[in-house]
Design a protein around this ligand. Structure first.
Ligand SMILES: [Zn+2]
Length: 358
């Protein structure tokens, strides 16, 4: 115990020299939360995430990913339909997604039911594409096929249709990671707003400022493709063909507001057994409680060395109307309580809770 308190004191004193808020005379460093090698700190109005060497790997997911996988798999066997895996970043959605796909395809092969429908993964970033393909191909070989250039729900349906040609069977599965990306498919519009378009299309969390103008543009040019509607229609079209669908998505914007298709999907799930939303949670970076929010951070080019360990520092962005270029692709999973402590301008009480089917 003494060692831990000692290390906390050493880290704080090392941070005092490097945190910009401290240098600007904003006051004492306040430790908002600390768990293992993860820290949430505030100085005046600034908040920081400090991560030790094992902190990123150490984030665990709640509840157990294996249980979710079994539950979705048996849902497909017994009911058929569509499942949306929703949750904050690092909530283990991808692990459940991949394992459900593998189990479903293997079940298909074992029972001789059919040739399974290939797995489709949308618009993942390069590194992520390699991860997804490697795991699925190791387990189910050529039964997974990929199209990383999916630009929208109609593209996805078209690709599924192509893959179906010449195949017969009862149990079929279409799968889509990065479902959120389908909404941000109007590249000609986004290209006018952002220079580095690939970077932002690779992430579902967009600052509110951008979201609002994007939404307006969509409504103006093509109401049918407005937030969420086409995605919901896509799952219905697959259902009409007897194809199960599984998708994974971040369920809230980085402001904390719900992502509209999740709400639509929840409404459908309330009314029909054919739809399910599995909301997944990672540990809150601050306290370990279930995290519902992916807060955006920006990198500080600073590393604090305490003993032999390096501690990396990120500033939490609380003003989402600021420059989008400042956003760093590190998302801090937070519970509502910790979010409200360090992002008081983005209080969770202002956001509707997303309903979840058990
Ligand atoms: Zn918390």
């Amino acid at each position: 115990m003494t060692g831990r308190v000692e290390s906390a004191r050493l880290i704080i004193s090392a941070l005092e020299d490097v945190l910009p808020g401290k240098q600007e005379g904003a006051g004492e460093i306040k430790v908002t939360a600390q768990k293992g090698e993860r820290w949430l700190l505030t100085i005046g109005r600034e908040s920081y995430v400090v991560l030790g060497p094992s902190a990123l790997e150490g984030l665990s997911t709640l509840p157990d990913a294996a249980d979710s996988t079994r539950s979705i798999f048996s849902f497909f066997r017994e009911t058929g339909g569509a499942v949306l895996l929703a949750g904050a970043m690092r909530s283990g959605k991808s692990a459940v997604f991949n394992q459900t796909v593998i189990r479903t395809v293997n079940f298909n092969l074992e029972t001789g039911n059919s040739a399974p429908l290939p797995v489709v993964v949308g618009r993942a970033k390069k590194g992520r594409q390699v991860d997804v393909m490697a795991e699925l191909q190791k387990n189910i070989g050529s039964f997974a096929s990929f199209n990383f250039q999916i630009e929208g729900p109609l593209d996805f349906l078209y690709f599924v249709e192509q893959q179906l040609e010449g195949r017969r069977g009862k149990l079929r599965l279409a799968a889509l990671e990065e479902v959120g990306i389908l909404l941000f498919s109007r590249e000609e519009y986004l290209a006018k707003v952002l220079e580095n378009i690939d970077f932002y299309l690779g992430r579902a969390g967009l600052p509110d400022q951008l979201k609002e103008s994007f939404e307006k543009a969509l409504q103006k040019s093509d109401p049918a493709q407005c937030f969420g509607e086409e995605f919901v229609l896509m799952t219905q079209a697959l259902g009409a063909k007897g194809i199960n669908f599984i998708g994974a998505t971040v369920d809230r914007f980085t402001s904390g507001q719900p992502w509209p298709p999740t709400a639509q999907f929840c409404a459908m799930a309330r009314e029909s057994e054919k739809y399910q939303v599995h909301r997944r949670f990672s540990e809150c970076l601050g306290c370990g409680e279930p995290a519902v929010i992916s807060a955006v951070t920006e990198p500080l080019d600073k590393v604090v060395k305490v003993g032999k360990k390096d501690y990396r520092i990120y500033r939490v962005i609380t003003d989402l109307s600021g420059s989008v270029e400042a956003v760093e692709p590190y998302f801090a999973p937070l519970c509502a309580g910790c979010n409200d402590q360090i992002r008081s301008g983005l209080a969770s009480a202002d956001w509707p809770e997303i309903w979840v089917q058990k």
